[in-house]
Design a protein around this ligand. Structure first.
Ligand SMILES: Nc1ccn([C@@H]2O[C@H](COP(=O)(O)O)[C@@H](O)[C@H]2O)c(=O)n1
Ligand SMILES: C[C@@]1(CO)OP(=O)(O)OP(=O)(O)OC[C@H]1O
Length: 171
């Protein structure tokens, strides 16, 4: 059984915040604003996985009204989502992401992001693809006011785990 999910997120650039993207800290004059560390890429990935599972969205699981998530490292949120995915016997097949960002240049950071996301999702790096594009100076991303990210994920039911669970119930 396969399930597909899509996630989309936006965060605004502001002065005085760290710029964390895909778990990587990027040296830039602006950072992203949010209740958490505002890692827009990891939020889109969490939403894609939750969406594939029919489990709602990131705000439902980690409300921005809950102080427990203030300033939280979004890798913790992603790992929590992966735990939920495993609890219902799914594993990640592959993940493809697009970051829409006029500036700065992200290419030097992409390989590190891929490695961190792969590690948190418990898959080989070859299953994770992360791309960046500008929006040709158009719209809010083009004006450098913020970043948008999309993620599309394919999940596979872990038949071994569900068979083992069935066997345990029968015996
Ligand atoms: N923030 C960004 C945006 C883009 N890139 C890389 O540049 C390539 C060309 O971007 P276009 O928007 O002109 O298509 C793109 O394919 C990325 O490899 C980047 O590193 N950082
Ligand atoms: C990640 C959470 C955590 O409280 O807060 P934000 O950093 O504001 O990010 P957003 O993408 O608006 O998702 C909502 C929240 O789940």
């Amino acid at each position: 059984m396969l399930r597909i999910g899509h996630g989309y997120d936006v965060h605004r650039f502001v002065k005085g915040r760290r710029f964390i993207l895909g778990g990587v800290e990027i040296d830039y004059e602006y950072g992203l604003l949010g209740h958490s560390d505002a890692d827009v890429l990891l939020h889109a990935i969490c939403d894609a996985i939750l969406g594939a599972l029919g489990l709602g969205d990131i705000g439902k699981h980690f409300p921005d009204t809950d102080s427990a998530y203030a300033g939280i490292d979004s890798r913790e949120l992603l790992r929590n989502v992966i735990t939920k995915m495993e609890a219902v016997h799914y594993r990640l097949g592959n993940l493809d992401c697009t970051i829409i960002c006029q500036k700065p240049k992200l290419a030097p950071y992409i390989a590190k992001m891929v490695d961190l996301v792969a590690s948190d999702c418990k898959v080989a790096s070859g299953m994770i693809n992360i791309k960046a594009t500008t929006s040709e100076e158009l719209g809010f991303t083009g004006r450098g006011e913020g970043i948008a990210a999309h993620a599309v994920v394919l999940l596979q039911r872990d038949e071994r785990k569900s068979a083992a669970k069935r066997a345990a119930i029968i015996s």
